[in-house]
Design a protein around this ligand. Structure first.
Ligand code: AMP
Length: 296
């Protein structure tokens, strides 16, 4: 995997077979391989994961795959932003070695019928409104692990429930992959970076700021001594509902490990939410009482 001459070239691989073969060569050469799974349309959040992979491994593979089986029938699979040329430039800029961008037919050929389910953790929060979503996520992540055979895989804490589910799957299925969680990268005004932010009109973008504002207010209430779920959730709802273009899907206070709802913050709690801003669904969260179980 030499980057010969003056041409700083990153390899783009489309075929599963070719990716497997290259991964095998890298492994047998004794080099440490990191995978960053993504759906593309890179932003600073993705780039922070890639930079961490660059620091921790010899070879960095970034997958770009808009995974159809994690989208519901009325979700945004078709309109999800895609631009491999743009992603290629951005990934190359942070020193990624391989962009693995398989087609849907490569990943799910005719006759495909095997799925992974992380049962309990997939039910609450986003799992409630998006049945089958986390089954799709767990399945594609396991497939990517088997194709790329990474020593470590890097995920964002932004998708908190997803990270918990991937960790559970790795533990339950005895996978030999170190899972690293990275903090949420935010836009300068506080909105969590997301590929879906590109859907927002200027007015929606302003309304979306009520999300980080609401989480900050909850955090402040917590710091001032509030521990009960009710006033914390009420403040979050009030702040978000003050905007015309927003509609709350859920706001919950949960145990950060089990995701079961809690009535009060006991040591630590996850305050998680999903909010529709126009036709765009955004998620965000804050850990009250600490950094959460996912750092490092
Ligand atoms: P996606 O392309 O949205 O599936 O995200 C790919 C990876 O990037 C996942 O591990 C996400 O958790 C992570 N990610 C997405 N947004 C952010 C963010 N704002 N900060 C850090 N990581 C993120």
């Amino acid at each position: 995997l030499s980057r010969g001459g003056a041409l700083l070239s990153m390899r783009v691989i489309r075929a599963v077979g070719e990716m497997r073969q290259l991964a095998e060569e890298i492994r047998s050469a004794g080099r440490r391989l990191a995978l960053v799974p993504t759906m593309g349309w890179f932003h600073e959040g993705h780039l922070s994961l890639m930079r961490e992979a660059r620091r921790r491994a010899d070879v960095v593979v970034v997958s770009v795959f808009v995974n159809p089986i994690q989208f519901g029938p009325r979700e945004d699979y078709d309109r999800y932003p895609r631009d491999l040329e743009r992603d290629r430039r951005l990934a190359e800029g942070v020193g990624v070695d391989v962009l693995f961008a398989p087609s849907v037919e490569e990943m799910y050929p005719r006759g495909y019928q095997t799925f992974v389910e992380v049962a309990e953790l997939s039910r609450p929060l986003c799992g409630q409104a998006r049945p089958g979503h986390f089954r799709g996520v767990a399945t594609v992540v396991l497939k990517l692990f088997n194709i790329v055979r990474p020593h470590l895989a890097i995920f964002g804490q932004k998708d908190y429930q997803q990270l918990l589910i991937v960790r559970r799957m790795v533990e339950d299925l005895n996978l030999d992959v170190e899972v690293v969680g990275m903090p949420t990268v935010r836009e300068p005004d506080g909105l969590a970076a997301s590929s879906r932010n590109s859907y927002l009109s200027p007015a929606e973008r302003r309304a979306a700021l009520s999300i980080p504002r609401a989480l900050q207010r909850a955090q402040r209430l917590y710091q001032e001594g509030t521990r009960e779920a009710r006033p914390l959730l009420k403040e979050v709802r009030r702040t978000i509902e003050a905007e015309d273009l927003t509609e709350i899907e859920y706001v919950r206070l949960c145990d950060p490990q089990t995701l079961q709802e809690v009535e009060r913050v006991d040591r630590q709690a996850l305050l998680a939410l999903a909010v529709w801003v126009g036709t765009t669904r955004l998620i965000d969260h804050v850990i009250l009482g600490g950094e959460g179980p996912c750092s490092g």
